[in-house]
Design a protein around this ligand. Sequence first.
Ligand code: AMP
Length: 248
Amino acid sequence: MKFILMVLSIMGLFFTNPIQGKIQDQDKLLVIILMGPPGCGKGTQSVELSKELNLPHISTGDLFRENMQKQTELGKLAKTFIDKGNLVPDQVVVDMLFDHIKKQGYTKGYILDGFPRTVSQAETLDKRLGNDVIKIAINLSIADDLLIERITGRLMCKDCGTPFNKTFSPPAKANICDKCQGALYQRDDDTKEVMVKRLSVYHNQTAPVIDFYKNEKVYYDVDAKKSKKEVFDSIVKTIDEVLSKPKA
Ligand code: AMP
């Protein structure tokens, strides 16, 4: 058994892709922040990025949906905001997120999807992370009119949360998840009415986070109207370039 494990770990060294090697070489925690308006593709790209970098993907929206499905007190509270297209109050999100991170005990880093969504959340994240961290904030930018079509066609897996789109990334079998065979459903907040509200909330409360990260010089912009593959390649290239810079 020991011998098999040893062979597998040696094989792992050969099969680790170059960017995973660069992450392993870092002695600091790596925090990738994927930002952008609702429907820009954050969720889809985060799932792929998590595999490519071998880093966990944390979506605050998924954590809320999990709680809503289980009908926990947190889930019931979050639903009253989410169904109207509003943000859940900062303190509730921050407590949920850091409780999750603490329980999982991530050591190399993680990908944040949907957090921070306000400047106050970004400030809290900075305080919790301290200075011994590499932060990369990537914004998937795209015009509002393209987003409504994407969102109203979105389907999600009830079991594993993988997102699909009826037009842009349909599942192989109608209404069945390609990954886990779970049933696909449309989110209650993916209607045109709620989406209009979510976009106005995004412009008022989340867009200022862009300037926050620009000031910190950790901000990078990716054009999200390109194909899924092109967007993914740009994200990976950006991260690779940051990790390839000589250490200060
Ligand atoms: P998402 O799946 O990222 O689109 O999130 C779905 C909904 O969950 C959002 O529209 C918000 O109501 C809520 N939510 C998720 N993340 C946050 C956050 N960081 N701050 C406040 N509300 C959030």
